[in-house]
Write a new protein. Structure first.
Length: 132
């Protein structure tokens, strides 16, 4: 195991004003996950989380901490910061192209999700889809 400081990953649970959730497809496994990025030295994690939403062309609200996890994967230590925000669908072009897409609950229920995305869906469900 790498004894250096853990690498920090920032994930976002983003729900737009049509109650769609932002998910990104992992290229190797073809499963769906929360959009994420490595935190760079000196970077604000809240800003990094909002950027993941902004890169889709949506306007994100202020991101709030949703959860913090520690993980060891393939001998490396990671600290995962999970944020949550809403997004307004005032689509603007973005110079960055994102592979993340917005999905409705009906679409999500038939998708293969990684465990972090499943967990986020379960904890977010009562607030976003209270009548289902």
């Amino acid at each position: 195991m790498n004894a250096a400081r853990p690498r920090v990953r920032v994930h976002i649970v983003a729900i737009d004003d049509d109650h769609r959730m932002l998910l990104d497809r992992r290229p190797k496994s073809l499963t769906w996950s929360l959009p994420w990025a490595y935190l760079r030295m000196g970077e604000d994690p809240c800003r990094a989380a909002r950027t993941l939403v902004h890169d889709t062309g949506a306007t994100p609200s202020m991101a709030r901490v949703h959860g913090v996890e520690s993980a060891v994967e393939h001998g490396d230590h990671y600290l995962d910061l999970v944020y949550r925000c809403s997004a307004e669908r005032v689509w603007k072009s973005s110079p960055v192209t994102s592979s993340a897409l917005w999905w409705s609950l009906d679409e999500i229920t038939s998708m293969e999700l990684v465990s972090r995305a499943k967990s986020a869906l379960v904890t977010t469900w009562p607030q976003v889809w209270p009548n289902i």
